[in-house]
Design a protein around this ligand. Structure first.
Ligand code: 5AD
Ligand code: SF4
Length: 445
């Protein structure tokens, strides 16, 4: 999300006469787009800020701005705590940047952290900073109404709202014409997408009958994109189990260009902890959804997010998480130790009572189990032929390409005379926990 937002910011500033350069040392303005999801993310930003002390000494004109969730969470306090910061701007205020920068030019430090109920930046064409020319992020919703008790996002990114299908299609069409091969539709909760003319999702009930009749849900949007761009690969992230509907899965099955991968965070396998986290589904409901996905799309890649050591988590709760992982056998996942975030429901009502050692030990057990499952899941591709979108040179060898298959697994294979952005059939011969290793049966001449 921050990658996508930075591209919106670059576009707003280019229109105001700024231009992007690659070297912060030579810049007159540096903007750090920040994350607050865990304490460690914020500590990383704090270190990065310190590293600009020497740059500021060398270049007296250098201005430093903080964007994103940390700006929204800490507001003016950031200016007190970090003396070299000139500008603090939250995720919904980027259109104000030109005005705020005028203020900064006049040596006034500036802050704008007003959250919006309707801003989606739908009218901005992002400047592609992270430019592979092959895949791009397209944001379709902003904010989150879920209020998981551990999560800071609803406070930093505000109410959930969806972007108009027209502006999404316009952005994708532009990418397609520029030769992009894959887009990832982004949102904290993409399955909850709902366009009824603009405004927060929670106000849908107040919409007119006409607006309700013409409204578009996520499955409608997916179908529209997949049918309009049959040669473009489409991915999306993140899905919340309670909002994922069967018609989304059926639309995925119907269109070959929608990739067979669902990122489906579970957070914990224990019903008691899921309830305390205010996750809006039970373990059984989640497992039923996985069953439905596998019935409709047998080969679908499924990944997860899991948090270990949420307040009061016992060994039994932890075992429930391990047993859920054993039932699902995820392809891969993102695993974290619980980090208390100030202001969240959990921080106000539950004591962070699982020790760091126990959190880390449980985290390690989960990571080890996931590695075993990833290896087992990867092995199912051995001796099969997969369609791979070439994305970059392999990190380990510049004689090999690295790309991904529909299910999101990474494949490495010899380059021959193929090029970045080609989609090629690769025969998988071997695998590690993280990578499929293949070769090509018929080589392009
Ligand atoms: N501590 C640890 N992990 C967290 N996440 C969100 N908030 C926290 C927190 N306070 C994780 C969740 C979420 C992912 C984006 O980050 O697993 O799905
Ligand atoms: Fe945070 Fe939950 Fe919203 Fe995800 S769904 S952004 S974890 S509140």
């Amino acid at each position: 999300m921050n990658f996508a937002d930075s591209e919106v910011v670059a576009s707003i500033l280019e229109q105001d006469g700024y231009h992007l350069i690659n070297e912060p040392k030579k810049a007159n303005l540096v903007l750090l787009n920040t994350c607050s999801i865990r304490d460690k993310a914020e500590q990383t930003v704090r270190k990065k800020i310190k590293s600009f002390n020497s740059y500021k000494k060398q270049n007296k004109n250098l201005k430093l701005g903080l964007l994103g969730c940390m700006a929204e969470r800490l507001k003016e306090k950031l200016l007190d705590e970090e003396k070299i910061v000139d500008l603090v701007v939250g995720p919904d205020s980027y259109k104000e940047l030109p005005n705020l920068l005028d203020q900064v030019e006049h040596n006034q430090r500036a802050v704008n952290v007003i959250l919006s109920k309707s801003e989606t930046y739908g009218d901005i064409s992002p400047v592609r900073i992270h430019n592979s020319g092959i895949n791009a992020f397209v944001s379709i919703t902003r904010g989150c109404d879920n209020m998981c008790t551990f999560c800071v996002v609803p406070f930093t990114r505000g109410r959930e709202r969806s972007r108009s299908p027209e502006s999404i299609l316009r952005e994708i069409s532009d990418l397609y014409q520029k030769g992009y091969k894959e887009v990832t539709l982004l949102g904290q909760n993409v399955d909850s997408y709902l366009w009824y003319g603009g405004g927060p999702k929670k106000d849908f009930k107040k919409a007119s009958e006409d607006q309700k009749k013409n409204s578009k849900r996520f499955s409608d949007l997916l179908l529209l994109i997949a049918s309009s761009f049959p040669k473009l690969r489409i991915r999306f992230s993140t899905s919340n189990p309670q909002d994922m509907t069967i018609d989304v899965i059926e639309t995925m099955a119907k269109y070959d260009n929608i990739c067979n991968h669902i990122h489906l965070p579970i957070q914990s396998g224990s019903d008691r902890i899921l309830k305390k986290m205010n996750r809006l589904h039970s373990r059984d409901e989640y497992l039923n959804l996985v069953k439905k996905i596998r019935k409709i799309i047998p080969n679908c890649g499924i990944s997860h997010d899991i948090i270990t050591g949420f307040p009061t988590e016992t060994e039994t709760d932890h075992q429930d998480t391990l047993s859920l992982m054993n039932e699902v056998k995820y392809d891969f996942g993102y695993m974290f130790a619980y980090s208390e975030r100030p202001g969240t429901f959990a921080s106000r009502h539950f004591k962070d009572d699982v020790s760091t050692e126990v959190k880390q030990r449980r985290l390690q057990e989960i990571i080890t189990l996931q590695q075993k499952h990833s290896f087992e899941r990867n092995r199912r591709f051995i001796d099969t032929e997969c369609s791979v979108l070439i994305e970059k040179s392999s990190k380990k060898s510049n004689k090999h390409w690295s790309g991904r298959i529909s299910e999101n697994n990474v494949v490495v294979f010899p380059k021959y005379n193929y090029s970045l952005g080609d989609i090629v059939n690769v025969k998988v011969q071997d695998c590690t926990t993280a990578t499929l290793i293949g070769d090509i049966n018929k080589v392009k001449v």
